[in-house]
Structure formats: C-alpha cells, structure tokens
Design a binder for this molecule. Structure first.
Ligand code: PLP
Length: 397
C-alpha cells in the first residue's frame, strides 16, 4: 500500500498514523466507488422496478457476491450490518433464544466490550452463565483449560480472532474443532483479524463470523455478519421491519430467506459498495505482502520500544502469534499524558482501556498505550513513534 493511495496523508503530510486498530484510513478507490454509486446509481434496493433502482440493487448484490468470494462463504451466508457491535447484538439475541438456565457461554478475557456486553446481556436474561477461558502468562489462550471447560454444558464459544489490545492471534480452527466436538457453536469476532490476515470461512469452520468494514480500509457504518447456512435457515431475525418479510398479515409474518431476513430497513448500500472496493484493493495489494510488511514493522516497533528503559510490552513474544497491534506501559506516567504529547508531535497512538476494561485494568489500572500498524505504515512512522515516546516520557518524568 502506498501513502499516495490514501488522501489523508496528503491533507496531513506530517501525520504518523499508528491507530489503525481503531479505524483504518480509506484509499481513493473506495471513495471513488462510493462517489460513483451516490452520483450515478443512488436509489433504494429491492423495492422498486425502475432502471435506477435496478442498478442500485445490482450494485448491492454484486458487492455481496464479491465479498462472499473474498471470505470463502456462500452469498446467502453473508448479510450486512452496521458494525461488529450491531452484528454481535443480533447474533447474541438469535442464539440467546435457544439458551436455557444452566447453559454456559464461554468467552475469552480479551473480548471487546462490543462482544462481551451483548452476550452478558442475553445470557443474564436466559439464566445461563458466562465463563472466561483462561490465558497463559504470555497471553495465549489455555487450550487445555478450554477442552476441560467444554465438558460443562457449553452451548456457545465466543472468541476474538485477534485481540485489539494484546495483538494475540487465536487458533480459531482448533477452537472450532474442540467446540463442535462438544456440541457448542462458535461465534468469532474477526474485527482485528481481517485487516491483517486472510479470512477463509471453510478453514475456520466457525458458525458465525462478524467484522467491520472501517478497519479493513472501507467505509464506517458497514460490517459483515457471516452466518453458516444451518443457522441462517433456522434463526428468527432479532431485528424486524421493512425489506425482510415476504408476507405480513394480521398476527403472522413470513420472513425472507437468508441473508435478506437479517437486513431490516434500508441498508447502507454505498457502504457495501465501498467495502467491496476496499476488499478488491486489499486483494490487489495481496495479504502476503501486507503480512510481510506489517511483520517487519512490528519487529522494528518492538525493538524500538524495548530500547527505551522501563517500557513493558503487553502480548505474545512470538511475532508469528500476533498482529501489528502493540500495547505498552510506561512506568510512572499516565498513558493519556503520553498519547497527548505524542499527538502534538503528529504521532497518533491510542491510550486507555481500549474497550477491554476488565483485561486492561488487570495489566494497569490507568490503561495502556497502543500503537497499531496498517499496510500503509512506514519505517519512518515507527521511528517517529519511538523518538516521540522517548521525548514524551523524559518530559513527563
Ligand atoms: C476486536 C474488536 N472487536 C470489535 C470491535 C468493535 O467494532 P465496531 O466499533 O466497528 O463495532 C472492535 C473495535 O475497536 C475491536 O477492536
């Protein structure tokens, strides 16, 4: 990926953007695709029969086809949601209907609030229980503990594919194998995984996978909810309204088939068109190139951080078991003070609990700093991050 592909680096030439885990920057090709839809095809989809509406519907459905191919799913297994937050709420409600008192849902300690809270909510309503899969000291999941926990009436395992705090990449295919053997469903949050590593639905074999477009160089307000056919067919939609029914009579409604039954209301059509353009862009650059580039920069970042006395890096030591999301603590200074001073140098990092408060508070009550990389990040960005951090901590001490 080249800086020149992304307008933000022209409008902010002094920006060292190291907050891609919060949201990725968006390339011209995505903006062009959105502009083209809005200026030449804008109409509502699946509702009208005039030519413009046909063009809009075709743009929407052909984007769905492209996105399905990109992740190795069937078209009817791909529905569009505003984000992981919304998709996870919908899924938790739909699976939650099947939970009973005494059932158990397993989560990891690294789940984002957008995942943890919907499940807590649903499980609480059903009188079921949420338990947390333990981690080893190096922040990898304890798979032996998981195997034992799965013996205890577990109905669902909810797991992030890659942590937005630790950078840990979890072994989803292994988790799915264990969980399915125990009769449990697996729901995956792939928000931090898809920007860095290729998502291949059949390789994982998970029942549900949700991710947001804005972390994958796409527009904000659009996400993908993959629901395996066996569930999609039987779920009662948790959000109901226009566009997802074929027949509504007094006291009775007949849903559309999947995926449309999960898309109540006017969808974010330009968001879907933009997301498919983002995926095409990523595919053209190639995941192999992105991964290699980010791995090299992650190594540079970690080496640079370790060269500063007292900095503690949080997450797996092995570079092959993490993405380019590097959280760290600086002794005796508040993470927000560090991020503020670095921000005034034009270096954008994030500080705080990163919406994973239970885990981060165990690491440091005040929160942690996080530098996160994207395919457009450069060696210069990393060098500026280290220089700026060094200056900030000297100023603050
Ligand atoms: C691991 C993870 N899951 C879920 C989310 C929530 O995504 P969204 O805000 O797009 O709903 C995030 C966002 O930071 C995340 O990092």
């Amino acid at each position: 990926m080249r800086h020149s592909d992304f307008p933000i680096f022209t409008t902010h030439p002094n920006l060292a953007y190291l907050d891609t885990a919060a949201t990725a920057q968006v390339p011209y090709v995505v903006l062009d695709a959105v502009m083209q839809f809005e200026t030449t095809m804008r109409a509502n989809v699946h509702r009208s029969v005039y030519l413009l509406a046909d063009a809009a519907t075709e743009a929407y459905e052909s984007a769905r086809r492209e996105i399905a191919v990109f992740i190795g799913a069937a078209e009817h297994e791909v529905s569009f949601v505003p984000s992981v937050t919304y998709g996870m709420h919908m899924v938790a409600e739909m699976i939650g209907e099947r939970l009973q008192s005494g059932d158990s849902v397993l989560v990891t300690a690294m789940e984002h609030h957008s995942v943890l809270l919907p499940w807590r909510h649903v499980v609480g309503k059903r009188g079921a229980m949420v338990s947390t899969i333990p981690m080893h000291d190096d922040y990898r999941l304890d798979m032996d503990a998981l195997a034992i926990m799965l013996r205890q009436n577990v109905k669902v395992v909810v797991v992030t594919a890659a942590s937005n705090v630790l950078g840990t990449v979890n072994p989803i295919a292994d988790i799915v194998r264990l969980a399915h053997k125990a009769g449990a469903l697996v729901v995956v949050d792939a928000a931090q995984y898809v920007p860095h590593l290729p998502l291949n639905i059949p390789v994982w074999g998970a029942d549900v996978v949700v991710f947001s477009g804005h972390k994958l160089y796409g527009p904000m307000g659009i996400g993908v909810m993959y629901i395996a056919e066996h569930l999609g067919r039987t779920f009662t939609p948790s959000v109901q309204g226009g566009g997802m029914v074929v027949d509504v009579r007094r006291g009775q409604s007949v849903w559309e088939d999947a995926p449309w039954k999960f898309e109540a209301g006017t969808p974010n059509v330009s968001g879907v068109v933009g997301l498919s353009a983002a995926m095409r862009y990523v595919k053209n650059v190639g995941y192999a190139a992105i991964t290699e580039h980010e791995e090299n920069l992650t190594r540079e970042l970690i080496v640079g951080l370790l060269s500063l006395r007292g900095i503690r890096i949080i997450g797996p030591d092995n570079i092959n078991e993490r993405i380019g999301v590097v959280s760290f603590t600086v002794p005796n200074v508040h993470p927000h003070d560090i991020a503020t001073l670095m921000g005034s140098d034009g270096v954008a990092i994030r500080a705080g609990h990163h919406c994973v408060q239970p885990l981060v508070e165990e690491i440091d009550r005040r929160g942690v700093c996080r530098a996160s990389l994207g395919g457009y990040s450069t060696t210069e960005d990393v060098a500026r991050c280290i220089e700026s951090l060094d200056r900030a901590r000297k100023t603050l001490l």
